[in-house]
Design a binder for this molecule. Structure first.
Ligand code: SF4
Ligand code: MG
Length: 337
């Protein structure tokens, strides 16, 4: 069986007045069928651009796919198909959930209309069948009285309920691929937990494979089976959730794990933010992009960008410390852990 999605050496730039921003610089990963994959990293690491490029949601110009391949379902090359073909795929095989449901829902259209529009347009459903599907899908995402709710407008829903509606819209067409970009970031903690539970349930009950884009490792641990860690437009490390949480090999991943609260820790205790800022993607460094912030940086690190080292069938990382001749460096022991 082929993976649902295969991204190979993807390069995406933005042309701006100030020059070319190399937002995604040779990213490769795949998504298996039925899997939840998390893409994590700080803001500006290229995770959202990668997701939006997969769905071709960034207008071109200003964005340009400079190279690489996005193979969907073993047959469709996303970087090559026409806008029209892409629109069809988006309405029937892919769904996207954004961070802020208020800006992605249309305030002047009823919830019912927003769910049924795509079904009628892209799947040729009758109004009646689409209405029935809208009610069914609202029920699935935990909205009570869906028959009445479909006639209401987004402002009549709370923040958490609006995110459920967004998820319903994304799921209505029975997509093979669901991409959720920071799906819980705009919500308060209790609602966050409910939305994560809902997405977990949906990943088990529907056939959809999910990519969740997040800076929150708590979301990763709760939802995902595998993780791609991105830094400065590149993949720093990828592996199963266990490999990334219990046997991380990249100093950036070490820093990321130290900079977030753990569930068993009181909030704000022993959090160590990673000092420094990511490199300027107008002029990315020729060496390892993390070198300026890395406590273990060596001469080679500023001279040459490390290639991916394959550690297990599922685990790889791009770091010179994994070179056989490199000094032995262990992940620092966690304070209190
Ligand atoms: Fe640090 Fe060098 Fe590894 Fe980059 S390649 S993460 S600078 S040790
Ligand atoms: Mg983002």
């Amino acid at each position: 069986v082929h993976p649902l999605l295969e991204v190979k050496d993807l390069r995406v730039s933005f042309n701006t007045y100030a020059g070319e921003v190399q937002a995604v610089r040779g990213v490769s990963f795949h998504l298996n069928k039925g899997e939840v994959l998390a893409i994590v990293g700080e803001s500006g690491c290229g995770k959202s651009v990668t997701a939006q490029t997969i769905m071709r949601l960034i207008p071109s110009p200003p964005s340009v796919i400079k190279g690489g391949s996005i193979l969907f379902d073993g047959k469709t090359e996303i970087t090559k198909i026409s806008d029209k073909q892409m629109e069809k795929i988006r309405g029937s095989e892919m769904g996207m959930i954004f961070q802020d449901p208020m800006t992605s829902l249309n305030p002047t259209m009823t919830i019912g209309k927003q769910i049924t529009e795509g079904l009628i347009k892209h799947q040729g459903m009758s109004q009646k069948a689409a209405d029935a599907r809208a009610v069914e899908i609202l029920k699935l995402v935990g909205i009570s009285n869906p028959e009445g709710r479909i006639r209401q407008y987004p402002h009549e829903f709370s923040g958490g309920m609006r995110q459920r509606v967004m998820i319903a819209i994304a799921l209505a067409c029975n997509p093979k691929l669901l991409i959720a970009d920071e799906p819980t970031t705009a919500l308060d903690v209790t609602i966050q937990a409910q939305i994560i539970d809902l997405m977990k349930k949906l990943s088990e009950e529907t056939e959809a494979s999910i990519i969740v884009i997040t800076h929150d490792l708590g979301v990763v641990a709760e939802m995902a089976q595998r993780v791609v860690v991105m830094y400065a437009g590149q993949v720093a490390e990828q592996g199963t959730v266990d490999e990334i949480f219990y046997n991380p090999k990249h100093p950036y991943t070490w820093g990321l794990l130290r900079s977030v609260p753990r569930l068993d820790q009181p909030k704000d205790s022993d959090l160590v933010p990673i000092p420094g800022t990511p490199p300027d993607l107008f002029a990315p460094p020729k060496g390892c992009p993390f070198a300026a912030r890395c406590p273990y940086a060596m001469n080679i690190c500023v001279q040459e960008n490390p290639a991916q080292t394959q550690l297990t069938e599922t685990h790889s990382a791009a770091c010179w410390l994994l070179h056989p001749d490199a000094p032995k460096v262990e992940r620092p022991v966690e304070a209190g852990g």
